[in-house]
Design a protein around this ligand. Structure first.
Ligand SMILES: [Fe+2]
Ligand SMILES: [Fe+2]
Length: 216
């Protein structure tokens, strides 16, 4: 599988080193090897669903811009984030086009909904939960890009290296905002969502998606 693809060593060798210790510690588990193998068996789905994820990430940030207009730091960070995610979206779509991959609608994996169903109904708890989930999704995306890089062709590996850096920053921004905008300690809430996220990542899924669990 991976070993048959050519790969400039400089692009791929130190992909893991791009992940901060803090980010790895924040996640409740590493992506299972079986998911990595599943992704490599589904290169088209990987890119199509990746495009979906970038678009959804921009949309999540935009929703926060509409709802929390009285939070200047959140407005600045989420505006930057939405722009970056849309740029990533454009980049994935362009890559798909150059590879002859037709963009089509895909059903969502249970991942995001599996996290959002636990969001508390009222603010400020609601915002805290949404920001923690944002940090988890960004951290997981970052970790998955790094896991994939050693197995990808040079063009995709190079692109994913740039994404490891920006999604890593997005994770930091979401976590910073969660801490900054909450009056109460949020550690127990982080622990709760970290556990749920790790469950979703390790449970079996029937369809491959960027945030799916392991093959059923
Ligand atoms: Fe992104
Ligand atoms: Fe992101």
């Amino acid at each position: 599988m991976s070993e048959t693809l050519s790969e400039p060593a400089a692009l791929t060798a130190d992909a893991e080193a791009l992940l901060s210790d803090e980010l790895i510690a924040f996640l409740g588990c590493r992506t299972p090897d079986t998911w990595v193998a599943w992704a490599l068996e589904n290169p088209e789905l990987l890119l199509i669903d990746h495009a979906q994820c970038e678009k959804k990430a921009a949309s999540t940030a935009m929703n926060l811009l509409y709802r929390y207009v009285n939070q200047p730091l959140l407005l600045t960070k989420m505006s930057q984030l939405a722009r970056e995610e849309l740029l990533h979206f454009e980049q994935v779509v362009k890559l798909m086009e150059s590879r002859g991959i037709v963009y089509r609608h895909l059903s969502a994996s249970r991942y995001a909904e599996g996290l959002r169903r636990h969001v508390r109904a009222n603010d400020p708890e609601r915002l805290t939960d949404i920001l923690i989930i944002g940090a988890l999704i960004e951290a997981r995306s970052c970790e998955r890009f790094a896991r994939l890089i050693p197995h990808l062709d040079a063009e995709l590996a190079k692109f994913y290296r740039t994404l490891v850096k920006s999604e890593g920053r997005h994770y930091e921004d979401y976590l910073m905002l969660a801490r900054h905008l909450s009056d109460a300690p949020i550690e127990s809430r982080i622990a709760f969502f970290t556990d749920r996220e790790a469950e979703l990542i390790q449970e079996p899924d029937t369809a491959f998606r960027f945030h799916s669990g392991v093959p059923a």
